[in-house]
Write a protein that binds this ligand. Structure first.
Ligand SMILES: NC(=O)c1ccc[n+]([C@@H]2O[C@H](COP(=O)([O-])OP(=O)(O)OC[C@H]3O[C@@H](n4cnc5c(N)ncnc54)[C@H](OP(=O)(O)O)[C@@H]3O)[C@@H](O)[C@H]2O)c1
Length: 329
């Protein structure tokens, strides 16, 4: 597993990370045992960068990671665990206060069973709250107080991301970034590198569409966001299937699959394309299966994609995909 440096933090992290939303049971139910097996597998596969949030399963994802950290406290290599604050019902969308944010961070510290948080990301807070800047100044105070080591932001749109890149105190930026959501290559990546902001790519597989195994008639359980949020009824539509209607996304994925070189499958192309962008620090693919963790980790060993394939993918996105994405990019 190759590593990269995460922006201003200096943390050396695996270029394939682990998305831990799934550990909060928002992709169907996962037992404690299965959740611990995923974390064990990530550790064994040298995936040393884990992304969670205080709200994933109302704290369940953080608690499970905390249990793993406690069980493995003798391990020579510890993962960097990054979490988020800002979407808890006590804060979102307009009840933010310094005291309440601090209390939430202290709760994350307890659940994760650590002394200080490695990195906290503002979690898709409303744009006007983000742009006002107060939250970022509170984060600076929490950093000085030793509650958090570093902070960054997870955002929905290019506009929010561009704002974050003008803030000198932000260490990392988490964006939706995949072969069906390529705009950051044009607007963000270069500036992020110049400002020493680490880019964390979420939804690398567009919620599984880009695994190459999704079908339009797949049924999702009631507590899977790919069921209840498929049209953006509960949160930003872009977070589910990248903003694509399931049948459209499956059709596009199948069409793209047919134009790939024989030795690479869609999953490999989708993940490797992200790693081919040197400004990206890590890809946080989420999963509920150990075999998927292994397959994701293996992408780090693949060769870069050929230049003509990069051209094909850029053209496919611009001419076929972008027009179908619902929600603001
Ligand atoms: N606002 C935010 O900050 C925010 C929002 C969303 C996500 N995130 C973070 O980003 C992470 C990743 O996003 P995501 O999980 O929504 O999207 P994703 O990584 O694009 O998709 C995850 C899904 O892809 C499938 N998959 C994963 N690895 C696979 C493999 N090797 N082969 C085949 N299928 C595979 C699994 O679905 P199947 O069930 O179909 O197998 C899995 O649940 C989350 O876990 C979370 O940590 C943050």
């Amino acid at each position: 597993m190759k590593t990269r440096i995460l922006g201003k933090t200096g943390f050396k992290v695996s270029e394939i990370g682990l998305g831990c939303w799934q550990l909060g049971n928002d992709f169907g139910d996962l037992s404690e045992q299965d959740a611990q097996a995923i974390l064990d597998q990530a550790h064994t596969s040298n995936i040393s960068f884990w992304d969670t949030a205080d709200v994933y399963g109302s704290g369940l994802s953080e608690t499970r990671i905390g249990n793993w950290l406690k069980q493995n406290n003798q391990s020579a290599s510890k993962p960097i665990v990054i979490t988020k604050v800002g979407r808890d019902a006590g804060l979102y969308p307009d009840k933010y206060s310094k005291q309440k944010v601090k209390l939430n961070l202290e709760s994350s510290i307890k659940r994760l069973q650590v002394e200080a948080l490695d990195l906290v990301q503002l979690h898709c807070v409303p744009p006007d709250i983000l742009f006002a800047g107060e939250l970022l100044s509170w984060m600076e105070e929490f950093q000085q107080q030793g509650l958090i080591k570093h902070f960054g932001a997870s955002v929905e749109t290019i506009e929010e991301a561009e704002f974050c890149l003008t803030q000198s105190n932000i260490a990392s930026l988490q964006i939706i970034f995949n072969i069906f959501r390529q705009d950051a290559t044009k607007y963000l990546l270069k500036q992020a590198a110049e400002n020493q902001v680490g880019i964390i790519a979420r939804l690398p597989l567009a919620s599984g569409l880009l695994s190459g195994k999704m079908s339009a008639d797949r049924q999702f359980s009631q507590n899977d966001h790919r069921n209840y949020n498929k049209d953006g009824d509960f949160f930003n539509v872009g977070e589910t299937f990248n903003g694509l209607a399931l049948h459209t996304g499956v059709d596009l994925a199948n069409e793209l699959k047919a134009s790939l070189p024989g030795h690479l499958n869609l999953h490999q192309v989708a993940m490797r394309w992200i790693l081919d962008q040197p400004e990206v620090t890590s890809i946080i693919a989420g999963t509920t299966q150990q075999a998927q963790v292994i397959a994701n980790a293996q992408i780090s060993d693949l060769a870069q994609l050929p230049a003509d394939l990069h051209k094909t993918l850029a053209n496919f996105y611009q001419t076929k995909v972008k027009q179908h994405i619902r929600g603001q990019i």
